[in-house]
Design a protein around this ligand. Structure first.
Ligand code: IFM
Length: 475
């Protein structure tokens, strides 16, 4: 139980503190170690897809600098580090025997973490699908789910003796709907029906991944999935706005929670999307495979979403808070309008509202009271610069994280079983379609020199971790 006193807020003693990254966003070394191309290599090298033509070719050069980066984590006193494995380093074509060189790289990384007393948390898939699998159909093709099961088994067998915590997929909503519906993420397709098939095959991949991991991991290992659940609020109490919120909840949240935790796809989701697909890609037995029991649910939260029903004659929106596209990522919810929220925003344009964190954790806890939760991502981008004094002063990030941690604490007080908080992100990195223009790190990266400078927020977070909580709020 978290406790609040005048002196501040303390978290449970076994609360896991950490920071997170993902392979394509930090590694670079795109052509090294036998790595094959991923959909993000292809996408970022396609003119017009990523801001300023940025690519992940070099990124933070973490592939070469990982030891220094682990030492940086030690300076920050991080007890845990969440990172992802690049599938194309393990299976360059997405199938077949493992590339030993790739496995060895991650084994060294894990050993380096363990030697430094940092707990590794492995995400198997953070959006870098081997290009060969996209060429064979990508996530809309059922076979991709089977291939993920094989990949999960290879990695689980190689690292299961030293990694206790596993996450199958990161934010499959982005993979399915930003990748295949709005097309603002790789592979950049705008095929709403295919996006729904992709969502199902990502669910199936998750289930097969859990099965594969369980078959090779020691008993007691923790297996989970990370979802970017949408905290959706209707703009008014009017039934049509409430129904708009229901639709976004269906296509944003229950499309994952339904089959994974509730035994099937919700009827209203199938009704909403009936004009796009007949869902015949769901085969007998699939839902049972998807519903493999989980040890924990990873929740990523950044911002709330406010919606209303679009009025007659009103044009559909081309921006849905996830980049500009004529196709909405919210398939089947074409008459939903996204309402701009008053108040401060981050450099992503995302509204800052920590109350959504508390609300979301409590909603999920109410729906699944026996499932432990972990905040596997939360953080903010701001336009940080190295000052003349050589430091990076980022008070807005400190305020953002402070507020959101307090919200996590309130959720714990109210009964939510939240086991940890992993800040996004350790380092400034490749922010997908925004390239290097958005900085989420608690350590600044100078992309010309690869110099890391711990921001004020990094030192502040170190102190929070060391104290096991937050000092008194003076705001
Ligand atoms: O950078 C991303 C991360 O890869 C997935 N979750 C959201 C972050 C910020 O956009």
């Amino acid at each position: 139980m978290a406790t609040t006193t005048d002196a501040g807020r303390h978290f449970p003693p076994d609360f896991l503190w950490g920071a997170a990254t993902a392979a394509y966003q930090i590694e670079g070394a795109a052509d090294e170690g036998g790595r094959g191309p991923s959909i993000w290599d292809t996408f970022s090298h396609t003119p017009g897809r990523v801001l300023d033509g940025d690519t992940g070719d070099v990124a933070d050069d973490h592939y070469h600098r990982w030891e220094d980066d682990l030492d940086l984590m030690v300076r920050l006193g991080l007890p845990a580090y969440r990172f992802s494995i690049a599938w194309p380093r393990i299976q360059p074509d997405g199938r077949g025997a493992a590339n030993q060189f790739g496995l060895d790289h991650y084994r060294r990384l894990v050993d380096g973490l363990l030697e430094r007393g940092i707990e590794p948390i492995v995400t198997l898939y953070h959006w870098d699908l081997p290009q060969a699998l996209e060429d064979a159909g990508g996530w809309p093709a059922r076979d991709t789910a089977m291939r993920f099961g094989d990949y999960a088994e290879l990695v689980g067998a190689a690292l299961g003796d030293r990694v206790d915590r596993w996450i199958t997929l990161n934010e499959p909503w982005c993979s399915a709907f930003l990748g295949y519906a709005s097309g603002v993420h790789a592979p950049g397709r705008t095929e709403p029906a295919a996006a729904l098939a992709a969502a199902h095959h990502l669910n199936l991949a998750h289930g097969l991944g859990v099965q594969a991991l369980r078959s090779v991991l020691p008993a007691g290992s923790s297996v989970s999935i990370t979802l970017n659940l949408h905290l959706v609020r209707p703009a008014t109490d009017e039934p049509e706005d409430q129904d708009a919120a229901r639709q976004i909840d269906a296509i944003g949240n229950r499309i994952w929670l339904g089959p994974i935790l509730d035994g099937g796809y919700p009827d209203d989701l199938q009704d909403d999307t009936a004009g796009r697909t007949d869902w015949s890609f769901v085969r007998d037995g699939d839902v049972a495979m998807i519903a493999e029991p989980l040890d924990l649910l990873g929740v990523n939260y950044y911002q709330p979403t406010v919606v209303r029903r679009r009025r007659d004659g009103e044009e559909p929106q081309v921006s849905h808070g996830h980049g500009e596209s004529a196709e909405s990522p919210f398939v089947g919810a074409d008459t939903v309008a996204f309402v701009e929220q008053p108040g401060p925003v981050t450099a992503m344009g995302w509204p800052i509202d920590a109350s959504g964190m508390e609300e979301l954790l409590l909603q999920v806890h109410a729906a699944y009271p026996n499932l432990p939760l972990m905040v596997t991502e939360n953080g903010a981008a701001f336009d940080d610069e190295v000052s003349d004094d050589g430091q990076v002063h980022d008070p807005r990030r400190i305020a953002y994280v402070d507020d959101h941690l307090r919200a996590v604490g309130r959720a714990i007080d109210a009964g939510a079983d939240v086991r940890g908080y992993l800040l996004w992100s350790l380092l400034d990195n490749f922010e997908w379609a925004y390239g290097y223009s958005r900085r989420f790190g608690i350590a600044h990266v100078d992309y010309d020199t690869q110099t890391r400078t711990v921001k004020d927020s990094g030192w502040w977070y170190r102190d929070v971790i060391a104290a096991g909580g937050l000092a008194a709020h003076d705001g």
